[in-house]
Design a protein around this ligand. Structure first.
Ligand SMILES: NC(=O)c1ccc[n+]([C@@H]2O[C@H](COP(=O)([O-])OP(=O)(O)OC[C@H]3O[C@@H](n4cnc5c(N)ncnc54)[C@H](OP(=O)(O)O)[C@@H]3O)[C@@H](O)[C@H]2O)c1
Length: 376
């Protein structure tokens, strides 16, 4: 029996690579549902024609969609999950748009293949608790968390001393801190190792991506922040590591290509072809260094956010999304991004969060505060 796959965000970087993996494994997977925001209608129509899903969802309408059930509107992804049964829900939506669909998918009792880190950053406790309650498994797609998940397979999880998340360091790893103020969106969008969507690429340049991943790891693996370390590894070959109490360290390595963690999350517990070329070890030089948190303060802010883990990450995530957009629209400088995030965290730190509704309310409040700071 083929596994039925629903891909939320099928037109993005993760979504299109997932469809490549599925194309290679058409005997194992069947695409039953696809979604996008509605900005990439042309590509979406091609995907619908090729994969013939039962249903699709778009936030804004894509005209010419025919012969398929269509959900539209701001909650289209959630309605798609409710109406179309799948064995795997791949959440490849960008940014905050992933929170409610992931929360919804957590109640299906099926598998979530989770690329969208922002959902766990903002609503980690509520998503993880709900998934546990409904028996939904969450298999990470983020390459670092996929690596850790793989290193932990068959291991005594009580014996974990620390996990070590690797970071490529992004395009500005080696430029002097004084030059960061002048970098443009085009500079920030040139990632040295990965070809990703714009939000995550800018997050990699500020190292907020690693901060978000620290918080994501806290929820996925149930570890305290002091057991989660970050090390800069510019070659992006070691995708992350786990150290055990006996001093043994397990690592997962591979060509930096997201089709590896995507195929792992879809195929688990089996390995399926990903289409990725074997790693060439000749002349390979692997280096590791300490992150410079003076130059990239967002990493420290993410650790600080975990001091109030249900509240501050919501603010951090929302403020960062607004600041990244403002930077991409050339309204603020690259070095203003951490300032906006810190101001929002300081200003709203007394809020309380005890439900998913509180998360959404605080998210909205943080967005408004951040918009005021960046000037609209
Ligand atoms: N790309 C990577 O290599 C990578 C690696 C690790 C983790 N991740 C994580 O994976 C997630 C996706 O990243 P990405 O790089 O694939 O992003 P992306 O290229 O920007 O694609 C985002 C996808 O989500 C859709 N989308 C955006 N907002 C939506 C909304 N409100 N409702 C419905 N669909 C919406 C987009 O549709 P349209 O095209 O129609 O706008 C597109 O299909 C992010 O959380 C990122 O951090 C990505």
């Amino acid at each position: 029996m083929k596994l039925r796959v629903c891909i939320l965000g099928s037109t993005g970087s993760i979504g299109t690579q997932a469809l490549e993996v599925i194309r290679l494994n058409s005997d194992r997977f069947d695409v039953v549902a696809l979604s996008c925001s509605g900005k990439s209608c042309e590509l979406f129509l091609k995907q619908v024609e090729e994969f013939e899903p039962l249903a699709v969802a778009t936030v804004s309408e894509c005209s010419q969609l025919s012969g398929v059930r269509v959900f539209t509107g701001p909650d289209a992804n959630e309605r798609l999950i409710e109406e179309v049964e799948a064995d795997i829900y791949l959440v490849a939506l960008s940014g905050t748009s992933g929170i409610m669909p992931t929360y919804k998918a957590a109640a299906t009792g099926k598998r979530i293949a989770l690329a969208n880190k922002e959902s766990l950053v903002s609503a980690g406790r509520f998503i993880v608790e709900r998934a546990r309650l409904f028996g939904t498994e969450i298999i990470p797609v983020d390459s670092e968390h996929s690596a850790i998940f793989q290193c932990l397979l068959g291991q005594d999880t009580d014996a974990v001393k620390r996990i070590i998340l690797t970071a490529s360091g992004g395009p500005f790893l080696n430029i002097p801190v004084e030059q960061l103020k002048q970098v443009s969106p085009e500079d920030a969008l040139k990632h040295p190792c990965w070809n990703m969507g714009p939000k995550v690429t800018v997050d990699s340049a500020t190292m907020m991506n690693k901060g978000l991943e620290v918080i994501e790891a806290r929820w996925l693996f149930g570890l305290p922040p002091e057991s989660i370390e970050v090390v800069v590894h510019p070659q992006a070959i070691v995708h992350s590591m786990v150290e055990f109490w006996d001093g043994s360290i397990m690592a997962q390595l591979g060509t930096p290509d997201m089709r590896i963690p995507i195929s792992f999350a879809l195929g688990y517990p089996f390995r399926v072809p990903s289409g990725v070329k074997s790693l060439n070890f000749y002349n390979l030089c692997l280096t590791f260094e300490k992150p410079d948190t003076q130059k990239f303060p967002l990493l420290d802010l993410a650790y600080r956010a975990l001091e109030r883990e249900d509240v501050l990450p919501v603010i951090l995530n929302a403020a960062n999304e607004v600041a990244v957009n403002a930077f991409l629209e050339r309204r603020i400088a690259f070095t203003d991004i951490p300032k906006v995030v810190e101001m929002c965290m300081d200003g709203l730190s007394d809020r309380e969060v005890s439900s998913i509704e509180d998360v959404l309310r605080l998210h909205e409040e943080s967005v408004s505060t951040a918009l005021e700071i960046v000037g609209g």
